[in-house]
Write a protein that binds this ligand. Structure first.
Ligand SMILES: [Fe+2]
Length: 244
């Protein structure tokens, strides 16, 4: 996986730019007071244009200058689990260039580029997070045991995709799937929605939901915990400590 990935840039229509603007405006309003600090700070550094669909090569160069990560081409498909972690181990974040149609503003069955740029990329401006994401890739590739691979993928999922985090006594959004979704973020914060302290064993046994909201969410105590999770899981499972 060391081949240079060529990012194909589509020509986007005015309608596409309009969809991006609408998504950006609505979602920023929804999350600005409930997003975690790391995301807020990262969004300022990422400096997406709220009115134009991002150009992959430009954003890739911007992130590379900050943390050494680049964007990869996800080819508008769900990547296989192993392929996904191979990208991470190479410090590459796969993105799609697909943007949803205007009638799908509230819901798109396929993750589109709004999810990736708005939800995920702010974190990759942060060296500590970027290094941790690479460690996820390395830990996954350190085992060929399918149970362990599934569990490592769940640890990734319930932190970076659907995690919550405690900040100054309040629960904030951490996962990109929550930060970029209009509906699930509210559900995740409802008083009656089950929320648990992040417990490695419990998370390892929890299936991810792709076509519905999750039944419960896991709350990180602080941003550094993501790396402790990797170290502790490796110790519990006799895998190499990739956090050194
Ligand atoms: Fe994602």
């Amino acid at each position: 996986m060391t081949d240079q990935i060529v990012l194909t840039t589509l020509t986007y229509s005015d309608e596409d730019h309009g969809t991006w603007s609408e998504l950006y405006r609505r979602q920023w309003d929804r999350v600005q007071n409930i997003a975690c600090q790391q995301w807020i700070a990262g969004m300022a550094k990422l400096a997406l244009d709220p009115t134009r669909v991002p150009v992959a090569a430009e954003i890739s160069a911007r992130i590379e200058g900050m943390t050494g990560w680049t964007l990869g081409d996800a080819q508008n498909a769900y990547l296989g689990r192993t392929e996904w972690f191979e990208h991470l181990a190479e410090r590459r974040f796969p993105v799609t260039n697909y943007i949803r149609r205007p009638h799908e503003i509230e819901f798109t069955p396929l993750p589109d580029l709004f999810h990736e740029y708005f939800g995920h990329l702010a974190f990759f401006t942060d060296q500590w997070f970027a290094d941790t994401a690479e460690m996820f890739g390395k830990l996954y590739l350190a085992t060929t045991d399918e149970r362990q691979q599934v569990e490592i993928a769940r640890l990734w999922w319930f932190t970076t995709e659907f995690g919550l985090i405690r900040e100054a006594g309040e629960i904030k959004l951490y996962g990109a799937g929550l930060l970029s979704s209009p509906g699930e973020l509210n559900f995740a914060l409802l008083p009656e929605t089950p929320r648990y302290q992040f417990d490695i064993r419990q998370v390892a046994q929890t299936e991810s939901a792709v076509h519905s909201y999750h039944k419960g969410y896991f709350v990180l105590e602080d941003a550094d915990q993501v790396r402790r999770i990797l170290r502790d899981y490796a110790r519990m499972e006799g895998l190499p400590d990739v956090t050194k």
